[in-house]
Design a binder for this molecule. Sequence first.
Ligand SMILES: NC(=O)c1ccc[n+]([C@@H]2O[C@H](COP(=O)([O-])OP(=O)(O)OC[C@H]3O[C@@H](n4cnc5c(N)ncnc54)[C@H](O)[C@@H]3O)[C@@H](O)[C@H]2O)c1
Ligand SMILES: N[C@H](CO)Cc1c[nH]c[nH+]1
Ligand SMILES: [Zn+2]
Length: 422
Amino acid sequence: MNIIPFPARDQWPTLLARPVQEAQDIEAKVIPILEQVKSEGDQGIRALARKFDKTELTNLAFSEADMAGAEAKLDDELKAAIQQAYRNIYKFHEGQLQPVEKIETMPGVTCWRKSVGIEKVGIYIPGGSAPLFSTVLMLGVPAQIAGCKEVILCTPSDHPAILYAAKLVGVTKAFRIGGAQAIAALAYGTESVPKVYKIFGPGNQYVTTAKMLISKEGVAIDMPAGPSEVAVYADDTAVPAFVAADLLSQAEHGPDSQVLLVSTSKKLLSSVNLILSSQMNSLPRRELAAQSIGNSKAILVENEEDAIELLNQYAAEHLILSVENAEAVSEKIINAGSIFLGNYTPESCGDYASGTNHTLPTNGYARAYSGVSVDSFVKKITIQNITEQGIKNIGPTVEAMAEAESLAAHRKAVSIRLKSLF
Ligand SMILES: NC(=O)c1ccc[n+]([C@@H]2O[C@H](COP(=O)([O-])OP(=O)(O)OC[C@H]3O[C@@H](n4cnc5c(N)ncnc54)[C@H](O)[C@@H]3O)[C@@H](O)[C@H]2O)c1
Ligand SMILES: N[C@H](CO)Cc1c[nH]c[nH+]1
Ligand SMILES: [Zn+2]
């Protein structure tokens, strides 16, 4: 990695830029895909699978037999790991449910909110370069807790662990469709694929761009969750070999991933850099990792204040704080998808099994978006009830405001009731 010594503030925006393709280039590739699925339905999906996935799709849907047979194809160790991850993710997400609280805003005026699961949701499970069955748990568990009635899964991979996890979380239908064409199928519906109200899931730049485009057409999306990234803030209390391993864990996702190392210690940056090369050479996906590492930077900062400012400006999807008093430092972080504290909290644990969600905002979107949670799968409906005494109490306030907005019918809806009570 390039070690950048004390960059001046005006260099930060360039330094922190992600290695994404120009949005317009990708949009130009994705728009025709969306249009083809919209106009040709299942046949369009088959043609696109031939073109981009080199696959002949006879049946778009996984059959009952595919789903039932998946378990037998997995060894017991993997099944036990998936079940453990399921339990942890379930436990953490179940804790996000909030009890309904009725609030009396003034005597006789009561307001509350109820959560209702979105009826039809689509979940995209990446499978281009790796079958991310962990994503089935990350999306399926909160959907299950939220009470979504239909959960439609699309993935380009037929890995049995995806189907096993899909059964565990109660997916309604699963399709072997990948890329932007999967997002189009879920957004518009086809002869085989049901149209959904909200689409979730990470993916490459084609998938993420497709989600952004269809969100302009009235289908909700979770957030832009594109190529994975991690920033590590480390000091001399960090273990360089651990830091290198964490950086590589996200670099191996793909060539458009980026990792960032920030430190006040030149010694730490150099040690990590040295170990990084040897660790990388032993990885099966070393070529992918090497491309991401080529896009990545190790930045030397003068003090903790600068480090925190830089990290908040970057807004990493994942932020590892391998520093003394990591929890205290985390209090100062205002932009990040998910934070990992200390030397023994590798980001991989969040990717798979600790309990938090790994579907997180990338590319700086953590400045405004949160990761997926149970909230992402519910709508909140407000409810209110006003008694006779309540309308006497609140009525004059509403009459005065309606009058001032020149909305006489609004005022009348209140005054007609007030008159009936006197
Ligand atoms: N942010 C998050 O929360 C998060 C979580 C998990 C994974 N990820 C990211 O998800 C991504 C997964 O990417 P992936 O590629 O392995 O799988 P993917 O499933 O997202 O994409 C594969 C699909 O892309 C389509 N495609 C490939 N080349 C194309 C082209 N030239 N034009 C149009 N479509 C094309 C194909 O149809 C293929 O099925 C990685 O970048 C990873 O970092 C992000
Ligand atoms: N790091 C990814 C989120 O950015 C999630 C993942 C799944 N499997 C491995 N990693
Ligand atoms: Zn990962």
